[in-house]
Ligand binder design. Structure first.
Ligand code: GBH
Length: 511
């Protein structure tokens, strides 16, 4: 059951930022329109091999094309159409307005700006124009954009292993090489230049841990699977991404921040890990679970030395690449705020074996209430403890950039009745309020995930995180057998607010 912690009364600080979020590949669709190039997710879903240029699957690097069913859990699902937000953006904005929403977090699709990646030259004008129109209409609706530069849809052309391995690029001695860096710098510079008059809050990367460590060879997301050296490559990818983050911030601060007046940060993700018992071993293991994920990607930016957590270096040794002094200098302090994605809580117990993450620990979830997603367990006090952890170690300005709960549904009526999501948001926002008021954590904003049900990565469309329901195939019997229920219609789709959006509307109206 839900912990009874949502009876704390009080108000959030004036100016507290309430919002909802999405990400380009999960909602845009229009995969072959507007001059958009192929992304690594088009490859992963199989869309690339069917009707996009590219031929074989450079995820697997086989000479024969992959079938669309090869990698996805939700067989046949792609982001080709998704929630069709590329075309239905005015409907989305009207929906946001109806919710009283003032802040919207979304991401820019790199392949719309540079279809094959590029280190020089002009961007794809149609892509730039689309985002400018979208931004203009958001602003006209009184909604402030919070923009993520990288939410996982890397141009496919930048990941053609083994020569050009995206974030996984390393030389033959196993040192990270910045092949991707000039492409990235040109992309972000172009975004700041093209959209910076309208965008005042930038997030460089969404969940670098998920898109490097978790993605690396897991089969759940694109990486360079067949070339993977599991004890090396995830750390190379992470290293390259951290340096890319610092490079983006250097560009923004050096060329744009003064005139444009915005802020820039990064979003990391962490589920809370509570020691399973009060033994010193379990307490230490739970601390490693946080440090070896959140700390890995936060310490170089928010810590004192521009480097990985020393506790991590002690375990990983030379498998963790080394930053040069210049890189450390660039990394240290390279964020105006700490973006935090948080969903779930579990117990953590010490183990004899290192495990895939070298934490010498294992998680379990007895006694927690579970969402539709098998990994998602609700306990708002975990978020409060996590916020306190971040304050104790780094004391930054924090924005909770994602927090959400999945519930399956076949019909709009079923979906709208999302009582457990209301409980989740009541529980979690109350704990955020407690963290601010009772613990003094400097939380400035909170974004619910997500505005809409959408393409939930390898899980496809059955998993629904929306505060609004999407009928992907209006007019079709939604209990019809697959594929109708999970291959969205490229035309009009239906959005319908769920109860949770009404609950949240009240929370942010009354603060
Ligand atoms: C976020 O990631 C993403 O930023 C967002 O795009 C996504 O839609 C949202 O969450 C909801 O999932 O299968 O046991 O290996 C959240 C962090 C990390 C949660 C990977 C799921 C997989 C656990 N995700 N995790 S498991």
């Amino acid at each position: 059951t839900w912990p009874k912690t949502y009876n704390y009364t009080g108000r959030f600080p004036d100016g507290f930022v309430w919002g909802v979020g999405t990400a380009s590949y999960q909602v845009e669709g229009a995969y072959r329109e507007g001059g958009r190039g192929v992304s690594i997710w088009d490859t992963f879903t199989g869309a690339n091999t069917i009707d996009m240029p590219g031929g074989n699957c450079s995820y697997c690097c086989k000479s024969t094309p992959c079938t669309p069913n090869e990698h996805m859990v939700d067989k046949g699902a792609t982001g080709n159409v998704a929630t069709n937000s590329y075309h239905m953006f005015r409907t989305d904005i009207a929906l946001m307005k109806s919710m009283g929403l003032k802040h919207y977090r979304f991401s820019i699709a790199w392949p719309r700006i540079f279809p094959t990646g590029s280190a020089t030259g002009e961007p794809n004008a149609e892509g730039v124009r689309w985002y400018n129109t979208f931004l203009d209409e958001l602003l006209a609706a009184g909604i402030q954009p919070y923009v993520t530069l990288y939410h996982w849809d890397l141009p496919q052309a930048l990941l053609s292993p083994p020569e050009l391995s995206g974030w996984w690029a390393r030389d033959k001695d196993g040192k990270p090489v910045g092949q991707i860096l000039p492409n990235w710098k040109h992309y972000v510079d172009t975004c700041f230049r093209s959209f910076g008059d309208k965008v005042k809050v930038w997030v460089t990367f969404n969940e670098p841990w998920t898109s490097t460590k978790l993605a690396s060879g897991s089969g759940k997301a694109p990486s360079i699977a067949p070339f993977m050296n599991a004890s090396l490559d995830p750390y190379i990818a992470a290293h390259n991404m951290l340096n890319a983050h610092a490079a983006a911030v250097e560009i923004y601060r050096g060329k744009y921040q003064k005139s444009q007046g915005g802020i820039i940060g990064i979003t990391n993700n962490q589920d809370w890990r509570e020691p399973k018992t009060d033994s010193l071993e379990d307490i230490a293991a739970a601390e490693r679970a946080i440090l070896f994920q959140l700390g890995w990607f936060s310490e170089p930016i928010f810590g004192a030395y521009g480097d990985y957590p020393p506790e991590m270096r002690a375990v990983f040794g030379d498998n963790l690449p080394k930053f040069t002094d210049a890189e450390k200098k660039l990394l240290k302090g390279s964020a105006d705020f700490f973006g935090l994605n948080h969903y779930s809580t579990g117990w953590y117990a010490a183990t004899e074996e290192p495990g895939w993450d070298m934490t010498y620990g294992v998680s379990s979830e007895d006694g927690f209430i579970r969402a539709q997603s098998t990994w998602l367990y609700g306990a708002g006090w975990g978020l409060r403890k996590l916020l306190n952890w971040v304050k104790r170690r780094y004391n930054p300005v924090i924005y909770v950039t994602e927090n959400g709960w999945s519930i399956g549904a076949k019909t709009a009526e079923q979906a709208a009745n999302d009582t457990s999501r209301v409980m989740y948001y009541a529980n979690y926002t109350t704990e955020v309020l407690s963290a601010i008021r009772q613990d003094g954590v400097d939380v400035r904003g909170y974004f619910a995930w997500s505005l809409l049900d959408n393409f939930e990565w390898e899980m496809g469309y059955p998993i629904r995180f929306g505060t609004a329901y999407v009928d992907y195939n209006p007019g079709l019997d939604s209990d019809a057998p697959l594929p109708n229920t999970h291959v969205p219609t490229a035309g009009f789709q239906l959005r319908r607010r769920k109860d949770s959006s009404c609950y949240l509307e009240q929370v942010w109206r009354e603060n």
